[in-house]
Design a protein around this ligand. Structure first.
Ligand code: ASP
Length: 434
């Protein structure tokens, strides 16, 4: 069913009009453009090695822009949904219980796979705890850096105590041009004001989404150039075990969607392609959040309230992939360091993994940081954590996909067994703007 609303409207009117190569590129679905960006990024990273560091700056800027649009989107979308629909207390309770259930299942799957496969015992591991992480990199402050530093990290930041004038101008132009589309709409009620703010934000969001494939190219080239693939040979068993557990978690989500919502699992995966590919390539569920929300509304067609609660509110607490990974990492490190974790310690792993995953921000490698909580709780040596970093650039991407899929799963279940008018509503908004 390819309705107008069913194709995420990253194609602006201008793009549609533009012919030639750019017109062709813009007409491709977002996930195809992201996959192309990833492929070119892999190639450039492999080709340039350490020199691929030149891509780190543009990658950072594009992710920064997406990160900047996430907080106002949460604010306006949640205000919008609160004004336009009553959120019963039962929906909030249902959200909380779904989040907890999914996280506990994720950790149980992770611990079961790690206990059965025992990846830490597969090879005579000679890996030693690393002394410290080398992620932090110095950067010199040159004029270009200063200029690039003006790209807003958030909508409010540039207007704050130490105003960033260029940042203010960028936001002003973006809002001004986006507002042109709704400039003649009358505002007589608060509801209409929020509605206009919401639509304006969606327009800006879709502009930024256009930059995602380029951002992905830069992120991937930079990471592959820096990290390479050698570590995968050493930690292969762990990587395989984590992937297996994440696949099982995906099956859990799809079964739940099939039996507890109106959405068909395959349609869901098809509709969410843009967000899932983006989660993998950006490594950040927060940067992906606006696209997750747009896909849920515009392609899958869940109700606005369910998409907001699951993908915007719940997403901040819901990191099942991270929880699963932290529990597995604890067991893996216990296995390679010859520590036996009894039932009590494994329950402590469950509990602390829940806390650590809730506390993990939706940004790259956040899970590795909060993992210290799990390790210290069961007396594991935190010096093993940097060892995991060698494969984390890949596993983090995979668990980020699961983090996003978890939010999607919650949104679908909150949407219930009967289909709402999600697509129709979106179509109305898009047609009005189109
Ligand atoms: N990168 C993950 C996310 O953005 C968080 C993590 O597990 O490190 O969801």
């Amino acid at each position: 069913m390819e309705s107008k609303a069913n194709s995420l409207r990253t194609d602006t009117e201008e793009n549609k009009g533009a012919g030639g190569w750019f017109g062709y590129w813009s007409s491709l679905p977002l996930y195809v453009r992201i996959v192309v960006g990833m492929g070119v990024g892999f190639f450039l990273g492999w080709l340039l090695g350490e020199n691929a560091a030149i891509f780190s700056r543009p990658a950072q800027i594009i992710l920064q822009l997406l990160g900047a649009v996430a907080p106002p989107l949460i604010l306006i979308a949640v205000v919008h949904v609160s004004i336009n629909s009553d959120i019963p207390r039962s929906a909030i309770l249902k959200l909380a219980s779904l989040l907890l259930l999914n996280t506990v299942i994720a950790i149980t799957i992770g611990l079961t796979v790690a206990n059965i496969l025992r990846p830490g015992t597969w090879s005579e591991s000679t890996v030693l705890p690393a002394e410290g992480s080398e992620i932090a990199k110095e950067s010199r402050v040159d004029p270009l850096t200063q200029l690039l530093g003006s790209v807003p990290r958030s909508f409010i930041g540039p207007l704050g105590d130490t105003p960033n004038v260029i940042g203010v101008i960028i936001i002003a132009i973006a809002v001004g041009v986006a507002l042109r589309r709704v400039a003649d709409s009358p505002i007589t009620t608060a509801r209409e004001a929020v509605d206009i703010a919401y639509r304006t934000l969606l327009v800006i969001l879709h502009w930024i989404i256009e930059l995602v494939p380029l951002g992905v190219l830069c992120v991937v080239a930079n990471t592959v150039g820096r990290e390479g693939f050698q570590a995968f040979v050493k930690l292969g068993a762990f990587v395989v075990a984590v992937l297996l557990a994440l696949i099982l978690q995906t099956c859990w989500y799809l079964l739940r969607v099939k039996y507890f919502s109106w959405v068909r699992p395959l349609d869901l995966l098809r509709g969410m392609r843009d967000a899932l590919v983006m989660a993998f390539s950006t490594d950040s569920s927060t940067a992906t959040m606006p696209v997750t929300y747009a896909c849920l509304r515009e392609k899958v067609g869940v109700r606005e309230r369910s998409a907001s609660l699951g993908a915007l509110v719940g997403a901040n607490f819901n990191n099942d992939g991270t929880a699963l990974y932290e529990a597995m990492a604890a067991l893996f490190v216990a296995q390679i360091s010859g520590v036996e974790l009894d039932l009590m310690s494994q329950l402590t792993v469950v509990f602390t993994s829940i806390l650590a995953s809730v506390g993990a921000a939706g940004i790259p490698e956040a899970g590795i940081v909060t993992m210290t909580l799990v390790f210290t709780a069961v007396g594991l040596d935190v010096h093993y954590i940097p060892l995991l970093l060698t494969v984390d650039w890949f596993l983090d991407r995979c668990r980020t996909v699961i983090n996003v899929l978890g939010d999607v799963n919650v949104s679908c279940i909150l949407d219930g067994r009967t289909r709402g008018d999600g697509l129709l509503q979106t179509e109305k908004i898009l047609n009005a703007e189109g």
